[in-house]
Design a protein around this ligand. Sequence first.
Ligand SMILES: *Cc1c(COP(=O)(O)O)cnc(C)c1O
Length: 384
Amino acid sequence: MLDLTDELEKTRKIGLWRVLKRYKPIGPVTGELDGRPVINFAANDYLGFSFHPKLRAAAAEALSLYGAGGTASRLVSGDNVLYQELEAELARLKGCEAALIFPTGYQANIGVIKALAKKGDVIYTDRLSHASLIDGCLLSGAEIRRYHHNDLKILKKWLAGTGSFRRRFIVTDTVFSMDGDLAPLPELSDLAKRYQAILLVDDAHGTGVLGDKGAGAVSYLGAKDVPVQIGTLSKALGCLGGFVSGSGELMDLLVNKSRPLIFSTALPPSVLAAAFAAVRLLKEEPVWQKKLTENIDYMRRVLSAAGVTVSDDPTPILPIVIGDADAAVRLSLALLDAGFLAPAIRPPAVPPGGSRLRITVSACHTKEQIDGLMEALMRVTGNG
Ligand SMILES: *Cc1c(COP(=O)(O)O)cnc(C)c1O
């Protein structure tokens, strides 16, 4: 018999109980959470593209032309004509030879790592790498070594050490998803080159946000020689789907070997069409990236003035580290009462003792909304 009571009770006891909350979007940064109106500081729709009229029109057109579903794996009959143009556009965005789309960013990460690494290889990865990167590493069967966050010294020591491996990889987020800081990509790329390792980066939160026309963190930081770059269509691009960019050969390998690509259904045509519109918008309407940058600057200034430590990196992820999980949840609930959605993030998404509010900024927030959040924060923490 399936008895889950003990396990559930344990989760409840250690204060890590989670429930799904019904959210009804109204606009890019407004909605209703369990029926209450909120201003959303929780989403990753950094440019507000999920609500952009051009994306909605493109999705509606593709829906009526090609139907609702992806209908089959890409290798069977799901490789809709829309994939080709979108992948070409993504390769251009990333300055790479080619790109390949997966059903989600999570699947891209596990699918790419598993296709490249295996037993007899070693993967060096940041302690704070995203769960999907870690799952990919585990699935690969390679030896995994996790270095302290952005600790190049220890990484260099390991790379210089002995050990015979078939391939060596360095795997990292570009923008860390819960901390919002950047990985030192040029230095990592230099190390990879010097020690003949393969650098694989996950630019889920950099794509569309950082760099010229949203090219991403690699371009923003001026890193050279990053052979495997993963991104997602589900964050700043406002849609769904993961992608990898790199050489044409890499894509050939993935088409032949990567199980999430082979054994999962293709994306719905409406999503592909919307994503194509989104990538085009990065070039056609740079105003969104500009507005986002202004809002990030503004939010960083007001947080800093309120005594919150903010990282130096201009990303839309701004954590307020609380420490205790219960305290973070209480703070988040108090903000919710004031009409602001700022989620508490607890272990295992962050290390124990690192519970926090994770605030994200969008191009579509107004100064009044940001000020409102800050006033509420001051009020509920008793600082205002
Ligand atoms: C969100 C996220 C992913 C997963 O992307 P999805 O497209 O949502 O599956 C992968 N890596 C990082 C760093 C992320 O934040």
